[in-house]
Every structure is written in C-alpha cells, then in structure tokens.
Unconditional design. Structure first.
Length: 376
C-alpha cells in the first residue's frame, strides 16, 4: 500500500473508531421527516407534469447545455428566468448558479478582497465558510445571533465589510434578529448578505421579503434544492453585482451551465410557488402541533424554532444514534446529526416537517419521541 493509500486508510479508520464514519444510504420506505422537501415539490405530480408541458414547448432544446454560459451554454431562456426570479423576490437582478454551494463559493471567494472583511455568524453554512476561505479578506465570526458580539467585530473590521447570516439556520432552525443585525451593519457602513436557503417555502419569497427589508440587503442567496424541489441557486442583488459575478465568480465562469431541463424545472417550481398558501398553512399547523405535543422531557432540549426545522439536542453521538435508531424502528425517517458537523456536546436529532406529512404521522412522531430515553 502506497503512502497516500495508507494516509487515506488511517483517516478512515480514525473516523470509524470515533463513531463518525459517513456512509451513503439508498432511499427507503420510511415516513419522511428528514428531507428539505418542505412543500412536497420534489414529489409533486403537478410540478412534474408542468415541467413536461414546458419542455414540450421547446422541442429543439438540447439534453445538455454544451458549455459554460460565457461560451456556448447561455440561453435567452436562462436570462429571462433570472429576471423573473428577481422580480418574484423583489430584487434588481439575479444570477443563476448550478447549486447553492457553487453560489456561496463563487460569491464569497470573488467579492471580498485583501484588506476587506467578512464577518460570519459562527453557525453559518459550510459553503459560505469555504467561499470565505478562498478569498484574501480578513475573516471574523461572531457568537450566534449575538448583536453585541457582532458589533465588536464590526469595530475591528477594515475596508469593505460583508456581514453574513442565514434567515433560517440549517442545523438549528432558528431565525436571527435580522432587523437588529441590519441596523448595525448600516451604522457601520457594512453590507449584509443573507442566505435564504431554508426560509423560502414557509415564507414563499423568503423571510427578507416577508419582513419588507429587501431594498436594504446587499445580496441574498436562494437555493432551489429544498422547498422548490429541483436544483440550482440564484444570487440576488444589484445589476452591478450580477455583472461582477459574471466576470469574477470562478464557480460561474468555469463550469458547464445548467441544462434546459433544469432551467425549466426551476421556472415551473416558481410558478407553483405562487400558489402554495394552502401547503404553507398546513406546514405551519404541523410545526405548531409538533411543538405542542412534544413533552417537555428534561432528557432532551428542543431548540427554539418556528421553522420547518426542529432539532432536539441529545448531547452525544451515541445518544443521537440511539434516538434516531428508535425512530427509524417506528417507521420514521429521522436522522442523527453528529459532531463534527455540529459542535461536540450539541449532537442532535434534526426533524424536518413537511406539508405532505399527515396528522397521524406527526402524532406518531411526537408520541414515539415522548417514550424514548437516552442510551445509557
């Protein structure tokens, strides 16, 4: 075995010994309480039929895009879709990326420069962290949702400053004090960037639009692989920002463009998103019911959240695996979130509520949780 293979094997063995070895698992027949398909778009027969109908209007469309958008892969359809999405979210412009990861890496690696500053909430998504690491800017983190901690970092920052938060955090499900953060950034002449990946759906156009703050935000990232049930992402901002990213965001410049089918899927998902009041209300009712029915059991802590993401902290990888195993044995697909994905001591069960779940399924989930004890 060569030195590289030895290194790989040793690292994997360390993970196995620590109980944090990751494995891919195929789909299953359990009741879905783990996916990000909050409104059921990914399984929607209506959306599927609408995509087929949209494709039929373009019989000459290619299977693949054939190249990057700066070479052969750009379509008038894609530019019109960007405009439609920007209008929906009340933004001046938008630029499509192939995934949320690509969008965040492209934005944060290209925009902040040497002498600038990026200030991130300590629980910000890994894709934002990776993008920021690729920049030459000074990087700071502030305590989760802590305005005093953020202000301390704003006082240290030099040059162009970008403050980065999520409107709904992916591993806690909570919402930051957005208005307070915005007021601080405005006081210190910083630019606020908000990742809306987990907010769109419960709030159709995202939480920023729901709060009426869209004209005061420098940029927003919206992903299509969660409540929209398809794939890709868009960075929303000014026309000037869009032009900049076309020229400098490497994950846009040097990648093959999305296929026509992907673009059509996104367009039809947005059309469906305009008509989801009933689904969103069902989702809100299930979230309320879940929190109401779950006992205040001192053995676990339900993190505060009004979003579709509900998390129970169980304090160790062993407990998280034990509780998720019990839930799966009851027919419920709920997954453990282990360290190092979350900080040691905050290992958890991450539960995602959906509009397509049934009342009986939500009750089964809460009754099962209420009877589970931690592993000894």
């Amino acid at each position: 075995m060569g030195t590289a293979d030895t290194f790989i094997k040793n690292r994997l063995d360390e993970r196995k010994a620590s109980g944090i070895y990751r494995m891919l698992k195929p789909e299953n027949s359990l009741v879905d309480f783990c996916s990000n398909d909050y409104l059921g778009f990914a399984r929607s027969a209506m959306l599927k039929n609408n995509i087929v109908a949209e494709m039929a209007h373009y019989p000459d469309s290619l299977n693949g895009s054939t190249g990057s958008r700066l070479l052969s892969g750009n379509l008038k359809y894609a530019e019109e879709l960007e405009q439609q999405i920007a209008i929906f979210h009340e933004a001046e412009a938008g630029l499509l990326f192939n995934s949320g990861y690509d969008a965040n890496v492209g934005l944060f690696s290209s925009l902040p420069q040497k002498g600038h500053a990026i200030i991130c909430d300590e629980l910000i998504h890994a894709s934002i962290i990776d993008g920021a690491r690729l920049s030459h800017a000074n990087r700071y983190t502030f305590r989760h949702n802590d305005l005093e901690s953020l202000e301390g970092k704003l006082k240290q920052a030099k040059g162009n400053c970008y403050v980065v938060i999520e409107s709904v955090y992916s591993m806690d499900g909570d919402t930051p004090p957005i208005l307070g953060i915005l007021q601080l950034t405005e006081r210190y002449n910083a630019n606020l960037i908000v990742d809306e990946a987990h907010a769109v759906g419960l709030y159709p156009a995202g939480l920023i639009s729901e709060l009426g703050l869209q004209n005061r935000i420098f940029a927003r990232i919206v992903t299509f692989g969660k409540a929209l049930g398809c794939h890709g992402a868009v960075v929303l901002g000014s026309n000037l920002l869009r032009e900049y990213l076309i020229n400098f965001a490497r994950s846009f410049v040097y990648t093959t463009a999305a296929s026509f089918h992907q673009l059509a899927s996104v367009k039809m998902a947005y059309e469906l998103l305009k008509e989801v009041d009933d689904e969103a209300n069902v989702l809100r009712n299930y979230i309320f019911l879940f929190k109401q029915k779950l006992n205040n059991n001192s053995q676990y802590k339900l993190l505060p959240s009004d979003s579709a993401i509900q998390c129970i902290v169980v304090n160790s990888n062993g407990n998280a695996k034990h509780v998720s195993g019990q839930l799966q044995a009851a027919g419920l697909d709920v997954r453990a979130i282990l360290s190092p994905t979350v900080a040691t001591g905050t290992e958890r069960i991450r539960i995602c509520m959906h509009s397509f779940n049934t009342l009986e399924q939500v009750k089964l989930l809460t009754s099962t949780l209420n009877t589970i004890t931690h592993a000894q």
